[in-house]
Design a binder for this molecule. Sequence first.
Ligand code: PEP
Length: 231
Amino acid sequence: MLIAGNWKMFKGPGEAESFLSAFEPPEGVEVVLCPPYVSLAAAVASGQTVYAQNVHWEASGAYTGEISPGMLAEIGVQGALVGHSERRQLFGESDETVARRARTALEAGLGVIACVGETLEQRESGDTELVLKIQVEAIAFVAGDHERLVIAYEPVWAIGTGKTATPDLAAEAHGFIKSVLDRPVLYGGSVKPENAAELLSQPGVDGALVGGASLEPDSFAAICRAAASSS
Ligand code: PEP
C-alpha cells in the first residue's frame, strides 16, 4: 500500500517542519509527501519519501517557472506527481504534456504518480471509461509498465468536494484502469480517516492520494494506519 499526501499550495518550510516533527507514520505502509517546491528540502531533511507536485519534460532551458527532474533529484526528491486535475483544469495541462512529464521523470530515475479521472459531466454522459482509456493510454504510450510508475484514479468531482466515490465505483474504475495498464492504482478524492479503510479494502485499490486530510499530521497518520491494516 502506498499513501501519498498532496499538500497543494499549503505549507511553506516553517509549517512543513511543524507537520514533520508531529507526523508519525506506522510501519507497513509506503508514505510519500508532496509539498510545494519551496518546502521540498525541509521535507527531504525529515527522512520521509518526498515527491514534487509537478516536473518539467526537459533537463534545462528557457522554461520560466518550471523545475526539471535532475533539479529535483539533486535535492533528494524521489519522484513527482503529474497530471493532477488542478493542473489539467487550471493550468492547461494536456494528455500530451502529462505524458512528456512522466516520460522524462521516469527516464531520470524518479518515481511518477500520474493522475487520471473523469469530470462529473463526463461521468453523467457515460464517458468515464473512454476518458480513462485516453488518459491512461497517453501515459502508457511513453512509459509502458515502467516499475516506478503508479496511476492515481481521482474522479474530478470527488476532489476537495467532500464527495467520495462509492467503494464499488472505485473498484470498477480501478479494474478498468488495470485492464488498460497493469500498474498499481491509488484512489484519490476526499479520502479521510473515516472512509479510508473501506476504500482501501476494495479490489484493485493499491493505496490513496490524499489532499485535504494530508494537511494535519494526525488525520494523515490515521489514513496511513488504515492502509497498514489493509495491507
Ligand atoms: C487531491 O488533491 O489529489 C485530492 C484527492 O484532494 P482531496 O483529498 O482534498 O479531495
